[in-house]
Design a protein around this ligand. Structure first.
Ligand SMILES: [Zn+2]
Length: 250
């Protein structure tokens, strides 16, 4: 079988600030909206690819800023979640979705090259995340995501949500500090999603299985669709994570 990624297609994983001194590793699985050249546009318009179904709007920018503020290493994934969702087990039905928020994805129907997407994007990206986490440099893993304010016509009230299962302590401490420091904030716990072993990858595989302190953080994407919003939320998260580290070390 020929390769999916060709010369000119970027590698799935991009590591920034690799020498960062923070014990936090930042992970951004839905950072990019890239599509391998061989897949064309997946049959979607530019507007559809730019919408929340294609990537986590603002998440990459916040991750970059957070990496600077914390001097933390970050790893970002280049390809659209519509090519393959790097926060789902590859066997999940919507790992390569045929429909996303009501939009049909023509390039994902009757898929001849699903295995290539797993082998050339999902697996190498997660091998690099695992390599970083197994290096022993990090005691905390934070996954940065964003969510759409309205899903299937239902508005979502939260400004930010923490997704977790076994490690409730890390998100609870972060949320408690945020609520005290930023009283206007509506914080969701396991909102707008609940983590499960069949639908999720970061929390069960990178966080729980390694026994690391961890949380997946979801920011409502209308807060981080502009540079001002991205800077504001990087400040909020940076301040909260710094406080978390200080508290954890005392
Ligand atoms: Zn996401």
């Amino acid at each position: 079988m020929s390769r999916l990624l060709q010369v000119g297609d970027p590698a799935p994983a991009k590591i920034i600030n690799p020498e960062g001194t923070s014990p936090i590793l930042l992970v951004c699985e839905h950072a990019g909206q890239g599509i391998p050249a061989a897949l064309g546009d997946l049959g979607l318009t530019q507007d559809q690819r730019d919408a929340h179904i294609g990537w986590d709007i603002g998440a990459a920018a916040v991750t970059h800023l957070l990496s600077e503020r914390l001097n933390a290493t970050a790893i970002l994934q280049h390809y659209s979640r519509l090519v393959i969702d790097c926060n789902r087990p590859p066997e999940a039905v919507d790992s390569v979705p045929e429909v996303s928020d009501g939009i049909k994805i023509p390039g994902n129907i009757a898929l001849p090259n699903r295995r290539q997407r797993v082998e050339e994007i999902f697996e190498p990206f997660h091998a690099q995340v695992s390599g970083l986490l197994d290096s022993g440099r990090f005691s905390v893993a934070i996954s940065v995501h964003s969510f759409t304010p309205v899903m299937q016509n239902v508005p979502r009230p939260w400004d930010i949500g923490f997704l977790y299962r076994k490690d409730a302590d890390t998100p609870s401490r972060l949320a408690a500090y945020m609520q005290k420091t930023f009283p206007w904030m509506t914080i969701g716990h396991n909102q707008p999603y609940q983590v499960t072993g069949v639908s999720d990858w970061f929390v069960p595989v990178h966080g729980e299985a390694r026994g690391l302190k961890h949380s997946l953080i979801e920011i409502r994407n209308d807060h981080i669709s502009t540079e001002d919003g991205q800077a504001k939320w990087a400040d909020i998260l940076g301040d909260s994570l710094q406080h978390f580290l200080t508290e954890a070390s005392t």
